[in-house]
Design a protein around this ligand. Structure first.
Ligand SMILES: O=C(O)[C@H](O)[C@@H](O)[C@H](O)[C@H](O)COP(=O)(O)O
Length: 246
């Protein structure tokens, strides 16, 4: 049964550190509960997840995870050369991947060496090989966990307002050329995000108050409000994003 944003579970935490800790718990619980096959997680980009990545890389927590059974993907990527400071994989690699014993074969950065269209197609192929099929089955999610952020314009991943990729109903990966953010982008589409056991939005800080309020109401003007999951959706928000510290 597909979950839409109005049926998401909201958890309000005291601050961004508590949000990161709760996300880490959800990840550990999910990985340990998965008894067969690899746990496929799509990491979100931007600045919010950095603290989560640092927590997951901390020795005490890292030791709890069977890293050989975790496959790491990204929800989106800025179309910049490998190693560029603005790349989500540069951040993910520096703060998490380089610090934990996850096998290199389990890490799938979004390609950025070709044209943005070529790289989107290449990433879709990577996902299909990992999934073992080219058609998504609602009863068998592509991702065990999709982490998403929330932009101050209501975007998520690189599903930005007004972008043609918002209308994509078949492809798993698309491209975006946002006017309000740097770089062309490669992004998971709604169908790929929907193929998930759990979607978790991480929303922290006072700058997100308006968008979080509109997201929770399912405001159709927000690309993030069209996110669905074949599993569950959880919104982890701190008090600042809920406007409670005003
Ligand atoms: O590549 C990206 O930038 C992200 O995927 C994007 O969707 C991000 O999650 C939001 O813009 C929130 O960004 P912050 O966490 O920096 O507020």
């Amino acid at each position: 049964m597909t979950t839409d944003i109005r049926h998401a579970t909201l958890e309000t935490l005291p601050d961004s550190e508590a949000v990161a800790l709760r996300m880490a718990d959800l990840l550990v619980d999910g990985v340990l509960a998965k008894t067969e096959g690899k746990f496929r997680v799509a990491l979100s980009g931007g600045s919010t997840p950095k603290r989560l990545f640092e927590l997951l890389a901390a020795p005490a927590l890292a030791a709890k995870l069977p890293w050989d059974r975790i496959e790491i993907f990204y929800g989106d990527e800025r179309h910049v050369p490998e190693g560029h400071a603005d790349s989500n994989h540069t951040v993910g690699h520096a703060t998490l991947i380089s610090r934990v014993p996850v096998p290199a074969a389990n890490v799938h950065p979004i390609p950025t060496g070709g044209t943005v269209a070529e790289d989107a197609q290449a990433y879709e192929k990577i996902l299909q090989v990992a999934y073992g099929a080219t058609t998504l089955d609602p009863k068998r999610p592509l991702f065990d966990l999709v982490m998403l952020g929330l932009g101050t314009d209501g975007h998520t991943a690189s599903l930005f307002p007004g972008q043609p990729v918002l209308k994509e109903t078949k492809a798993w990966v698309g491209t975006a050329a946002p006017q309000t953010a740097p770089h062309e982008r490669v992004t998971l589409t709604y169908p790929a995000i929907r193929s998930s056991a759990l979607v978790v939005f991480l929303v922290t800080g006072a700058s997100k108050v308006e968008m979080l309020h509109r997201l929770r109401k399912g405001d159709p003007a927000l690309p993030s409000a069209h996110v669905e999951s074949d599993g569950r959706i959880i919104i982890l928000a701190d008090r600042a994003a809920m406007g409670e510290n005003a």
